[in-house]
Write a protein that binds this ligand. Structure first.
Ligand code: HSE
Length: 429
């Protein structure tokens, strides 16, 4: 394309600054990029100090002006948040026939169907490589490269902050709060880090990958989500002793008539590839019926990697590469049932704190055997509360609803402290 393309950037946080840096060095090094012109950069606070030099940038605090400026062909939304100004801006820009690039997974998880439909209607691109797994090109891999291979499973580590915290916890490198602060300083964590640690950010991402992989509409409200807050150092100690580590996994699968979309912590074998993915690194495994298995792995958060993905989306528009935002036309998406977590089958790690006296184990076993829950292994550890013991059980596979019902019965035993923890085990990875 010879025409100069005008871009408007909304938001100069971690990703915005990463992208501007990248754009500057790219323009300096490549004549091909010379036909991109930054027309406007919208920020909330014009006076805020930033890590990049801003005097040469055409700054404004009128974000919505980007959607109405006739010199702007492409709006790059890097504000974040599923509603408010980000939603208004993207909607208006698409309605006005401008291409949109966004790193905003929350926005797409909540409004992706509507926005994709709008982009189709006005015949513009809606690109979002930066929204999922930072610098790892997983959106394009699924939407473009692997889409004809009948994908049956996508899973992996999609939140850098949680993986960073879990890695440091396992290695005993500081308290939970200390490690979270570190992740925030490094620019991995969301503005509101509860989105990270409660699994919501990963759930936004796996919902979008499921939509791309299985040609279903975006359906965030049916994604099962659990974060990392219930994990402590003892869980790692016990997991390691049993040959496992703990990861926050995001999983989407398709069987004949059902989809699974879930995010939760899992025991994974220490020998598995996924167990070796450390710190803020993300990894996505894609299983299909033609190639088999692909694993993409790389930096999942931070200014550089995420800025690079925005750049790649921009280059697709410059080169006039066009795709349906969600893989196929929104009218061709098929609605499928999303399975409830209670109906799925897992093996489990159970951690029960109980009085260390005769007969307790028999009562726990009774609650399990009544529901045909079979125990694979058992360890007993002294508890930090005197006269109590920690009972660690590994079960065989069982329907989750039965486990929940057994836990209810175990919790009310007078010898058992009220907290009974369980973590699902993914043995097949
Ligand atoms: N907060 C996200 C993470 C940033 O930690 O993975 C990248 O989406």
């Amino acid at each position: 394309m010879n025409k100069t393309l005008g871009i408007g950037i909304a938001g100069l946080g971690t990703v915005g600054q990463g992208f501007i840096k990248q754009l500057k060095s790219f323009k300096a090094g490549s004549k091909k990029a010379a036909n991109i012109k930054v027309i406007s950069v919208a920020v909330k606070n014009l006076r805020k100090k930033r890590n990049i030099s801003t005097p040469s940038l055409p700054m404004t605090n009128n974000t919505m002006s980007l959607a109405n400026n006739s010199e702007i062909d492409i709006v790059i939304e890097l504000i974040g948040g599923s509603s408010g100004i980000a939603y208004k801006l993207v909607k208006k820009a698409l309605s006005n026939g401008k291409h949109v690039i966004t790193a905003n997974k929350a926005l797409l998880a909540m409004h992706g169907n509507e926005l994709a439909k709008l982009a189709e209607k006005t015949n513009v691109s809606l690109n979002f490589e930066a929204a999922i797994a930072g610098g790892v090109p997983v959106v394009k891999a699924i939407r473009e490269n692997l889409r004809f291979n009948s994908i049956r499973k996508v899973y992996g580590i999609l939140n850098g902050t949680c993986n960073y915290i879990l890695t440091k916890m396992e290695n005993n490198e500081g308290s939970y709060q200390f490690v979270l602060n570190e992740a925030q300083k490094k620019g991995f964590a969301e503005l509101d880090p509860t989105f990270d640690i409660q699994g919501i950010d990963a759930a936004h991402k796996i919902t979008l990958l499921s939509c791309l992989a299985f040609d279903i509409p975006v359906n965030f409200k049916s994604t099962y989500v659990e974060g990392i807050t219930k994990i402590d150092n003892y869980d790692f100690e016990y997991a390691n002793e049993l040959g496992y580590t703990i990861k926050l996994l995001s999983v989407a699968t398709k069987s004949k008539d059902k989809i699974q979309q879930r995010v939760h912590t899992c025991f994974v074998k220490l020998s598995s590839e996924i167990a070796k993915v450390e710190n803020e690194t993300n990894a996505v495994v894609i299983e299909d019926s033609v190639i088999g298995r692909n694993m993409l792995i790389g930096p999942g958060a931070g200014a550089g990697p995420t800025g690079a993905s925005v750049m790649s989306d921009l280059m697709d528009i410059v080169r006039e590469t066009k795709n349906y935002p969600l893989g196929v036309s929104i009218n061709k998406k098929k609605i499928m049932k999303i399975a409830k977590i209670e109906d799925l089958f897992f093996a489990y790690y159970l951690r029960i704190s109980a009085l260390d006296k005769a007969g307790v184990m028999a009562k726990i076993s009774k609650a399990l055997s009544k529901r045909k829950i079979s125990i694979k292994s058992i360890i007993q550890k002294p508890s930090n509360k005197s006269s109590f013991a920690e009972i660690i059980l590994i079960t065989h596979k069982i329907k989750e609803a039965l486990l929940i019902s057994a836990i209810k019965q175990i919790k009310i035993l007078p010898e058992v402290s009220s907290s009974v923890k369980f973590i699902r085990i993914e043995d097949s990875l």
